[in-house]
Design a protein around this ligand. Structure first.
Ligand SMILES: C[S@@+](CC[C@H](N)C(=O)[O-])C[C@H]1O[C@@H](n2cnc3c(N)ncnc32)[C@H](O)[C@@H]1O
Length: 267
C-alpha cells in the first residue's frame, strides 16, 4: 500500500506551518495554499498511484518543479521513487526548494534547465509529471511550444510508462496543445478537481498583487518580454482584478485557480 491520504495531509499541515512562519494572516493563507494546492496534490498523486507498482524504484521527473511543492508530494506518496526536479532556474524565489525538500524529508536531484531542452537521454524515466507547469512555460516560451514540449517529454519515458499533466487551462486550450503534441492517442485518464479555495475579497486583492508580480517576472525572463514592464503589470493586474470582482459578485468568494484537470498518458 502507498502512504494514505490522511498521512499526507498531516505532512502537508506540518510543512505549511513551517512555510508560512512569520507571515501575516492574509499572506499565510495565500502562500500556504501552495502546500497541497487545496487538496489537488493528494487527489492527483492518489490517481497516479493506481497505475504504479509500489515496489518499483521509479525514476521520476517533475518538470517546472518551481519551489518543489508537488515534488515533495511525489516523495511522500512514492517513497521508493528516485526524484528529479527540473526548473528554468533555482534562483530566488525558487531557491527555497532546497530547504522545503529538507523540511519535508524528501530527497531529489535538482536540474536547472529549460523544459524544452531537458538534458536527459531518451527513455530515462518511468514517470514524468508537470504540475501547473504548462501555464508558466506558456508565459516564457509561448503556447505554440507546448505541443513540442509534450512530444519531447513522451520521448523521455520508457515504454508502458506514464506522463502526467495537471494544470488549470480550459479544456479547449488543452485540446489545442495535445493536438499539436500528437499524444491524444496515449491518453488513458482524464479527470478534474475543484481545489478547495474560497478566498474573501480582501485576500483576493492581496493575491492579485502577488500573482500579477509573479506573472510579470515570468514574462520578463521569457522570449517576448514586454517593452514597458510597468504598463504590462497594470494590464495583468487589471485583468486579474476583473476576475476577482466578477467571482465575488457571482459566487461570494474568489478561487484564482479554477478547475484543475489531470491527464495521464501511457506510452
Ligand atoms: C507555478 S510553478 C509550478 C508549480 C510547481 N510545479 C510546484 O509544485 O510548486 C511554474 C514553474 O515553471 C518554471 N518555468 C517557466 N518556464 C519554464 C521553462 N521554459 N522551462 C522550465 N521551467 C520553466 C517557472 O520558473 C516556475 O517555477
Amino acid at each position: 500500500m502507498f502512504p494514505s491520504d490522511k498521512l499526507i495531509h498531516e505532512k502537508e499541515n506540518n510543512l505549511r506551518k513551517w512555510f508560512v512562519r512569520g507571515l501575516n494572516k492574509t499572506k499565510a493563507v495565500i502562500d500556504g495554499f501552495d502546500i497541497g494546492w487545496g487538496g489537488t496534490a493528494v487527489w492527483s498523486t492518489k490517481k497516479i498511484s493506481n497505475y504504479i507498482n509500489k515496489d518499483l524504484n521509479m525514476n521520476t521527473l517533475d518538470v517546472a518543479c518551481g519551489y518543489g511543492t508537488f515534488l515533495v508530494e511525489l516523495g511522500w506518496r512514492f517513497p521508493n521513487a528516485k526524484l528529479y526536479g527540473l526548473n528554468l532556474d533555482f534562483n530566488p524565489p525558487h531557491k527555497v526548494i532546497s530547504s522545503l525538500l529538507e523540511e519535508a524529508n524528501v530527497s531529489a536531484q535538482l536540474i536547472a534547465s529549460d523544459a524544452l531542452f531537458p538534458p536527459f537521454r531518451k527513455e530515462s524515466f518511468d514517470l514524468i509529471t508537470c504540475f501547473l507547469g504548462l501555464q508558466d512555460i506558456e508565459i516564457t516560451r509561448g503556447i505554440n511550444k507546448l505541443g513540442y514540449l509534450l512530444k519531447n517529454l513522451m520521448n523521455l519515458i520508457g515504454k508502458n510508462n506514464y506522463l502526467v499533466i495537471i494544470d488549470n487551462f480550459p479544456l479547449s486550450k488543452f485540446n489545442l496543445v495535445f493536438e499539436k503534441g500528437l499524444i491524444r492517442k496515449n491518453l488513458i485518464l482524464q479527470d478534474s478537481f475543484q481545489p478547495i479555495c474560497k478566498w474573501s475579497f480582501e485576500i483576493g486583492k492581496e493575491a492579485v498583487e502577488l500573482y500579477s508580480a509573479g506573472y510579470l517576472q515570468q514574462e520578463l525572463i521569457g522570449e517576448n518580454p514586454p517593452n514597458n514592464p510597468e504598463k504590462a503589470l497594470i494590464a495583468i493586474k487589471e485583468k486579474m482584478f476583473r476576475d476577482l470582482k466578477s467571482q465575488i459578485e457571482e459566487k461570494g468568494y474568489f478561487n484564482p485557480w479554477g478547475t484543475m484537470t489531470l491527464f495521464i498518458f501511457k506510452k
